[in-house]
Ligand binder design. Sequence first.
Ligand SMILES: [Zn+2]
Ligand SMILES: [Zn+2]
Length: 305
Amino acid sequence: MRSTATADRVRLTVHHVEEKSLIKRFRLTVLVEDSVPAEGKLKGLKSEHGLSILIEISKPKFSLLMDTGRSPSVVLQNMNVLNVDLNAINAMFLSHGHYDHTGGLLELLRLLRRPIPVVGHPEIFNPKYKLDPYLKYIGLPFKRSQIESVGGRLVLARNPVTLMGGVSTTGEVERVTSYEETRGFWTVKNERFVRDPMRDDQALILKVDGKGLAVISGCAHSGIINIINQAKRLMGTAKVYAVIGGFHLTGASEEVIRSTIKDLEQADPEIVCPCHCTGSKAVREMVKRFGDRCRPLKTGDTLEL
Ligand SMILES: [Zn+2]
Ligand SMILES: [Zn+2]
């Protein structure tokens, strides 16, 4: 049973059409992140534990919201401060089903008042828990029917979803590295309380003309190196331009951090932008190794790539 399921998952990946389209460039804005923005430049920005990133492509004009933070009030307040037009958003992508990435979704859709695609893995709706230190619910704070009732047109797929030429989700990420493990999460399956492998964890890939792949992860619960490898396979290129997002190394052992950074160096990205759940220890190590190429992100930061 188990090996058949694994084989099916692998097939999903291997049989994806190689993505030949490219985008010229894109702009990324961090709408919500854990760290408090530097005082002064943008008054009124709020931060909270969570992530929401806006990706804007100019030709053809496409505006994608990846994750929605934890609280509607925070993402909306920051959109206001950053002059982001909610009505310009064409689609949303949920990197996984944790509350800190999905909490703003319902309110944003309600205010948008126009049906748009909401892309994610079918298991984003699975029950999600952690023991910290007691049993806590950490999944989506609303039901599928609520999302649909406010115009969310759910695109729930295990395989990669093309958002436009040169922009795709990873689909379910193949777990290959020996040191990247998904730990600390629980779910209920077949009436049993079991460990949650977070199969719904995905990332976004942009194939940038002349530069290579930009990989944007939410929490990288499937492992940032596994994600990068999957992106290379899917998009048919080994050139990695940028690695951005939460790398989930908070509380990781020295050895896991070391192995991750070693393989990240091997991938040789021009830019590394850790944030959210990467953890200060891992970020410090990355700054040490990558120097100027490492630019940790905070709420309100923008990148033109
Ligand atoms: Zn998460
Ligand atoms: Zn998170």
